[in-house]
Design a protein around this ligand. Sequence first.
Ligand code: HEC
Length: 136
Amino acid sequence: MKKRVLYSAGLAAMLALCLVAAPRPLSDVMKEVGPTCGSLKKNLDAGSADMALKDAQQLQKLFKETRQFWAKRKTADAAGFASTGEAALKDIVKATKGGDTTAAKASFETLLGTCKSCHGAHREKGPDGKWKIKGA
Ligand code: HEC
C-alpha cells in the first residue's frame, strides 16, 4: 500500500517536471512578443523610460525562450537572430535604466531587424492564412 502511494507520488512528480520543462509552441511566445514590442515602441516614442524598461525586460524573457526553442531544433541562424535580439534588448534595458530613450531607440532598430530577418527565413502563411514555421 505504502509502495503504491510512493509510486503515484513519483509519477505525479515526473509529470509535473515534464510540464515545466516542455517548451511552449513558438506561436504562443510570438503572440506575446508582438504586443510587447508594440508597447515598447510606444513607450520609447513617448519618452517613458520606466515603462519601456518593463517591456524590454519582458521581451528579454521571451527572446530567451525563442533562442532556446531554435537551439533545440538545431537551427543555428534562427537562434543567432534571437541572440542578436537579446543583445539589443540588453542595451535597451541599460539605456532605459539611465532614462535615455534616444539611445534605446537606436538599439530598438537592431531589435526590429531581428524580427524581419527571422520571419523572412523561417515564417510563412499556412493554407488557413495563419502564420507558421516555414516547412513545418
Ligand atoms: C528567431 C526567429 C524569430 C524572431 C527573432 C522573431 N520571430 Fe516572430 N515569428 C517567428 C516564426 C517562425 C513565426 C511563425 C510561428 C507561428 O506563429 O507558429 C513568428 C510569428 C510571429 C507573429 C505571429 C504570431 C501568430 O501566430 O499570430 C508575430 C506577431 C511575431 N512573430 C512578432 C515578432 C516580433 C515583433 C519580433 C521582433 C521583436 C519577432 N516576432 C521576432 C520567428 C521569429
